[in-house]
Design a protein around this ligand. Structure first.
Ligand code: UD1
Ligand code: UDP
Length: 366
């Protein structure tokens, strides 16, 4: 089976790495080609993950870079089409919900190449999120849909997708966490010493709904400033958010101030995530990782496409005015940490299940 996998943005690397590792065990069965669209390109948003995740170098980098949604999606399509024509894969494998996911799915579908979607079926039911549009379109173009949590199959069934094409395999981002947590743990002492941190809130924010609006971004930064007076705040800043902060200009920080860092490598971020008193985020993947780690998480969003993190995990959604967020954070910090549940199939073996399905498809001559 000739298989072409697509990565482009930061979370894609964690989702594909374990699949690439399992595929590499069967070189006589799978010819696996990795394509990077170049949607993310800074060293700390791309290269560092190839260094740390045991992910092979991509055979091809389309180097599309940034742009408006239409520009970026169109560029990826234009540059991906000749790659598919040249390599003639049997299947393409697309993870997640970013523009690279939907762009490459559209190209493959039009060329009659079958599509397998890793992390299918997630729905926020909020079409104001660009990712929701990407998810819906990708799922409806896909021939095989690998779901990461039970809500996936429910959502896909509601949309009329044949259950025979849906496989509940679990979460490949958690595979990466299971695989690399011991290595990440060895980074902790250095990080703790370097940043003089002890009990802290770890923050990630990059959703357009939070950072693209001037007033909301200023309110969030003011909240972090107030929070820093009571607990250390560590905030590795996503490049979208950094660009927006440069635009709105930040007030001269009082002391103590939040610790603003560059985006972190996977191992460093995971070390900080697993030791955090609480994580404040709007990331999709971070909601899942905190659930697996049992670390309290407050997600600054009105909805989540990952309901298992709220129903079974440590995640709490916050959708009010930012002024009302601080008491919610303190309430979560005060909650005793007990036993925590790990969602079904978040066991480090999702990629093995994916590859087993691909082997069945190959045997069936598909
Ligand atoms: C993208 C995904 C989002 C995902 C996030 C993960 C889409 C629609 N959005 O959002 O779902 O959660 O990645 O991090 O696909 N930039 C840099 N250097 C980089 C990459 C980006 O400076 O290496 C800056 C540029 O100013 C760029 C902006 O970040 O315009 C946004 O990048 P883009 O890839 O369009 O969207 P993200 O916000 O990163
Ligand atoms: N992450 C990282 N460094 C950081 C912040 C996050 O390696 O500074 C990792 C995090 O552990 C998770 C992934 O990036 O595996 C989540 O990606 P992101 O938040 O960019 O995208 P989303 O999941 O929201 O699509």
């Amino acid at each position: 089976m000739k298989l072409l996998s697509v990565v482009g943005a930061r979370p894609n690397f964690m989702k594909i790495a374990p699949v690439a590792r399992v595929l590499a065990r069967y070189p006589e069965q799978f010819d696996h080609v990795l394509v990077h669209t170049g949607q993310h390109y800074d060293a700390n948003m791309s290269q560092v993950f190839f260094d740390e995740l045991d992910l092979p170098r991509p055979a091809i980098n389309l180097e599309v870079g940034s742009g408006s949604h239409a520009q970026q999606t169109a560029q990826i399509m234009q540059r991906f089409e000749p790659i598919v024509l040249q390599h003639r894969p049997d299947w393409i494998l697309v993870p997640g919900d970013v523009n690279s996911t939907v762009a490459c799915s559209l190209v493959a579908a039009k060329l009659g190449v079958k599509i397998a979607h890793v992390e299918a079926g997630l729905r926020s039911f909020d079409r104001a999120m660009p990712e929701e549009i990407n998810r819906v379109v990708t799922d409806h173009l896909s021939d095989v849909l690998f779901t990461s949590e039970p809500s996936g199959a429910v959502n896909l069934a509601r949309e009329g997708i044949d259950p025979a094409r849906i496989h509940f395999v679990g979460n490949t981002m958690i595979d990466t966490l299971v695989h690399l947590l011991p290595k990440a743990a060895s980074r902790w002492e250095t990080l703790q010493r370097q940043h003089q941190i002890d009990r802290y809130v770890l923050v990630t924010l990059h959703r357009p709904a939070n950072v693209d609006d001037d007033a909301r971004l200023r309110a969030l930064m003011a909240l972090l400033q107030r929070l820093a007076a009571t607990i250390q705040v560590v905030f590795p800043v996503h490049p979208r958010t950094r660009a927006r902060l440069n635009q709105v200009g930040s007030d001269r920080a009082a002391h103590p101030a939040p610790l603003l860092l560059e985006p972190l490598s996977y191992l460093d971020f995971t070390a900080l995530e697993s030791h955090a008193a609480l994580v404040l985020t709007d990331s999709g993947g971070v909601q899942e990782e905190t659930t697996w780690l049992g670390v309290p998480c407050v997600t600054v969003r009105a909805n989540t496409e990952r309901p298992v993190t709220v129903d079974e995990g440590t995640n709490v959604l916050f959708s009010g005015a930012i002024d009302a967020l601080e008491p919610v954070i303190h309430a979560q910090l005060a909650r005793p940490r007990g036993e925590h549940r790990v969602p079904a199939y978040w066991d480090g073996r999702a990629a093995e299940r994916i590859v087993a399905v691909l082997q069945q498809l190959a045997h069936a001559g598909r």
